[in-house]
Design a protein around this ligand. Structure first.
Ligand code: FE2
Length: 192
């Protein structure tokens, strides 16, 4: 069995017949990541593996996820709890599936990327936001930008939307997210 199929089976088993929406979401991310990896000449198998596992730990008990993390990571996740599942899923990959650094990073950073991230990392991040089951107007708009070949612009737009959402909840965006945003503004050639 190819490794991707094995990972897919593990995810389905891990969700144990629950979280059907999240499974569909994961398959959607695989589809989008495969498409983008094809266009931007990235390793398709790696993209599919990172995509299928990116939310592996989404429903795990936080205490179980913490066992996989360093002190520093736990400290960061306590401030930004949505990072638990990304870090946990990346460690699940590293501890049980393989040692590809790019796949690890793509899962680890899938929520908003990281400064100087690889193309694969950017693909997984934007596929998560734009896969076909995402029905928000902003996701649809970002998907259209991607399909028009506006990769960097779609990333800028998606980060703007998620940061706006943060601010509306009176929460500060993660400083790394702001760094990624500034980097991609430049890449996209958008100037103020
Ligand atoms: Fe996620």
């Amino acid at each position: 069995m190819e490794l991707y199929e094995k990972c897919k089976e593990m995810l389905i088993n891990h969700y144990g017949g629950k979280h059907q929406d999240r499974l569909e979401h994961s398959f959607g991310v695989v589809e989008m990541a495969e498409y983008l990896a094809g266009i931007y000449r990235q390793d398709i198998e790696k993209a599919k593996i990172a995509a299928i596992l990116h939310d592996y730990c989404k429903y795990d008990d936080i205490e179980d996820v913490k066992k996989l993390l360093t002190e520093e990571e736990i400290f960061e996740c306590e401030k930004y709890p949505f990072l638990y599942h990304a870090y946990g899923s990346a460690y699940f990959y590293k501890n049980n599936i393989g040692d590809d650094e790019d796949i690890f990073n793509a899962i680890y950073n899938h929520v908003f990327g990281r400064p100087s991230m690889s193309k694969l990392e950017a693909i997984i991040m934007i596929s998560d936001y734009t896969e076909k089951n995402r029905k928000y107007a902003a996701c649809i708009k970002a998907r259209e930008m991607l399909l028009d070949g506006e990769f960097n612009q779609a990333i800028v737009y998606s980060l703007e939307q998620t940061m706006k959402h943060c601010l509306e909840q009176h929460e500060n965006p993660h400083p790394r997210q702001l760094e990624v945003y500034n980097e991609y503004l430049e890449k996209a050639g958008i100037k103020f």
